[in-house]
Ligand binder design. Structure first.
Ligand code: CP
Ligand code: NVA
Length: 317
């Protein structure tokens, strides 16, 4: 059987997402009951990071430890991808030692180059183009809060960035409607948008945040300046001024609307303190669920969900 990579949501079917989610639900419940699993005993994960991270790094490292495995962190200084060594040589060497690679790179092409060269699975821990682990976690978190994804109106206010690209890919898998409100000139990648629309995603792109927020079930936002765009921060602060998730904007959403943020948040820029700390915010539930969903992803890739279920999830304490 060929190895499974997770470079974007195109690499996982809706049925497989469902399996990953039920496994994640079970892992979450059992972890809270103190039931431990050692299903990845003897397995090693290499974490390659060209950019900073809190959530992705800690949730993958902790997840590996909780499943009995081990993680090796390699930051920008250690590997110097493309400078000290080519991405493919790095991936080929790592494949001789470790069982799986999670990489956070700037370019999606570098990640893809590593995936082609690696004989072990490669998982996208965020690139400039996609953040699949985050969006899978977000859908899982929404299911916990809303019990369904079908028919939801999910409104993303802000930059047409990697998060938006992954949300548009998620819209191909799930029948929710995805609306992006972004400033002119900050629309998502046209190729990703076209593919998602052609794949059946219900996607609307507008420049009017207030109009978009009307009746929303979910208001989602992310930083105005993503990692790697720091030199544009000042201009972006001006351009994105009308795209802040604040109480006035949230008041336009549905009565039961939730507010989501992948974090890190810049309070006072894309979201206000009141909203992020307010009763509708589920941002820290999202952060927690990175752990549970990614543990399920690791098991899905390394063991196959069905086998993990059959084998020992009833488990060893
Ligand atoms: N949301 C997210 O991926 O956070 P980090 O950048 O801290 O990993
Ligand atoms: N769009 C953000 C997401 C951070 C999790 C970035 O790429 O910096």
């Amino acid at each position: 059987m060929s190895k499974r990579d997770l470079l974007s949501l195109r690499d996982i079917s809706r049925a497989e997402i469902g399996q990953v989610f039920s496994l994640a639900r079970r892992l979450k419940r059992e972890q809270k009951q103190g039931i431990l699993h050692r299903l990845l005993k003897g397995k090693t994960l290499a974490l390659i990071f060209e950019k900073p991270s809190l959530r992705t790094r800690v949730s993958f490292e902790t997840g590996m430890a909780q499943l009995g495995g081990h993680a090796v962190f390699l930051g920008p200084q250690e590997i110097q991808l493309g400078v000290r060594e080519s991405p493919s040589d790095c991936a080929r060497s790592l494949s001789r030692w470790v069982d799986i690679i999670v990489a956070r790179t700037f370019s999606q092409e570098v990640l893809e180059e590593m995936a082609v060269a690696a004989s072990v699975p490669v998982v996208n821990g965020l690139t400039d183009l996609f953040h699949p682990c985050q969006v899978l976690t977000d859908c899982f978190t929404l299911l916990e809060h809303k019990r369904r994804l079908e028919g939801l109106k999910i409104v993303f206010v802000g930059d047409g960035n990697n998060m938006v690209h992954s949300w548009m890919q998620a819209a191909v898998k799930f029948p929710f409607s995805f609306v992006l409100a972004c400033p002119k000139g900050y629309e998502p990648d046209p190729e990703v948008t076209r593919a998602a629309k052609e794949g059946g995603g219900r996607i609307t792109i507008t420049h009017r945040a207030e109009e978009a927020a009307l009746g929303a079930d979910v208001i989602y936002t992310d930083v105005w300046t993503s990692m790697g765009q720091e030199s544009e921060a000042e201009i972006r602060r001006k351009v994105f001024k009308g795209y802040q998730v604040n109480e006035a904007l949230v008041a336009l959403a549905g009565r039961e609307a939730v507010v989501m943020h992948c974090l890190p948040a810049h309070r006072g820029e894309e979201i206000t303190q009141e909203v992020l700390e307010g009763p509708r915010s589920i941002a820290f539930d999202q952060a927690e669920n990175r752990l549970h969903v990614q543990k399920a992803i690791l098991l899905w890739i390394l063991k196959g969900v069905e086998r993990s279920r059959a084998k020992g999830l009833k488990g060893k304490r």
